[in-house]
Ligand binder design. Structure first.
Ligand SMILES: Nc1ncnc2c1ncn2[C@@H]1O[C@H](COP(=O)(O)OP(=O)(O)OP(=O)(O)O)[C@@H](O)[C@H]1O
Length: 233
C-alpha cells in the first residue's frame, strides 16, 4: 500500500500552549481516517498544518513525499472550520468561484452533488441555514478531484436527519485513489466510513487502529469506545 500522508514527530506551540506534542501518523492511498477527539485536542491544528496553512513548530509532514507547499495545496482539498464563501454570492457564484480557483474542480460532479444535497443554484448564500451552508461547502470541496481531502468537522452544524446525506455524499465522491481525513466528535453516524481511526487527546495520539479490528477486538462500536476512552482521560 502506498502512503499518501506521513507525519513524523510533529509539534505545534501557540505562545504558551502546546497544541500538538509529537504526532506520528500515516495515511495510505484510498483510505479514510477518522481523527477523533474532544474540543481543544488539536484536530484543527493538525489539519491546518497538513493543509499547509499553519507551520509546525517541529517535526515533518510529507504529502506524496513533499512538504506542504504549492504542489501539495494543488492535490489537497481542505474543508476548513470557517466559511470562505462571500455572503453576497448565490450558490451558482460559489460554484464558479471554486471553478476559477481550482483546476481540479469538476463542475458536473458539483451539479450532481448540489441536486443530491437539495441546494438550488439561485439560492443566496446569506439565506442558507447553518446546516445548509455546511452542505454547500462540503459539496464544493468534494467536487474537486483531489488526492487528499481534509474535512474538519463536516457534520458540525448539521441535524441528525441530514447527516446521512452528508455521509452518503462523502462515500459517493471518493474513489480508490483518494484518501480522506475527517475530524469529528460526532462519531456514531459516520464511523461506518472509517478505515482507520486515531484518538487524539491534549495534542497526543492515544490510540491508532484499524476501525474494523478495533470494533472486533472490543466488541463495541467506535462511538462506545470513544466515550469510554474519553471518560477516563
Ligand atoms: N490561534 C491560536 N492561538 C492560541 N492557542 C490556540 C490557537 N488555536 C488553537 N489553540 C489552542 O490549541 C489547542 C488545540 O486547539 P484546536 O483548535 O486544534 O483543537 P480541536 O481539537 O480542533 O478543537 P475543536 O473540536 O474545539 O475545534 C487548544 O488548547 C486551543 O485553545
Amino acid at each position: 500500500m502506498e502512503t499518501i500522508l506521513k507525519i513524523s514527530n510533529l509539534t505545534k506551540n501557540y505562545y504558551t500552549t502546546q497544541a500538538l506534542k509529537g504526532i506520528d501518523l500515516e495515511v495510505e492511498r484510498g483510505k479514510i481516517l477518522g481523527l477523533l477527539g474532544p474540543n481543544g485536542s488539536g484536530k484543527t491544528t493538525l489539519m491546518k498544518i497538513i493543509a499547509g496553512i499553519l507551520k509546525p513548530t517541529s517535526g515533518e509532514v510529507l504529502i506524496e513525499g513533499k512538504n506542504p507547499g504549492i504542489y501539495t495545496k494543488k492535490i489537497i482539498s481542505y474543508l476548513p472550520d470557517v466559511n470562505p464563501i462571500y455572503k453576497w454570492m448565490r450558490v451558482k457564484d460559489a460554484v464558479n468561484f471554486f471553478k476559477d480557483f481550482y483546476n481540479d474542480f469538476d463542475e458536473e460532479k458539483a451539479k450532481s452533488n448540489l441536486g443530491f444535497m437539495e441546494l438550488k443554484e439561485n439560492q443566496k448564500v446569506s439565506s442558507l441555514s447553518k446546516g445548509m451552508l455546511e452542505r454547500l461547502l462540503l459539496t464544493l470541496y468534494l467536487s474537486r478531484n483531489a488526492k487528499l481531502y481534509i474535512l474538519d468537522e463536516p457534520l458540525g452544524g448539521v441535524d441528525p436527519s441530514a447527516r446521512d446525506k452528508i455521509i452518503d455524499t462523502i462515500i459517493k465522491n471518493i474513489n480508490e485513489d483518494s484518501s480522506i481525513v475527517i475530524s469529528t466528535h460526532i462519531i456514531s453516524d459516520i464511523e461506518k466510513v472509517f478505515d482507520e481511526v486515531v484518538f487524539i487527546s491534549e495534542g497526543k495520539i492515544i490510540l491508532k487502529e484499524n476501525a474494523e479490528e478495533l470494533r472486533a477486538k472490543k466488541g463495541k462500536s467506535i462511538d462506545e469506545i470513544f466515550r469510554e476512552v474519553y471518560a477516563n482521560v
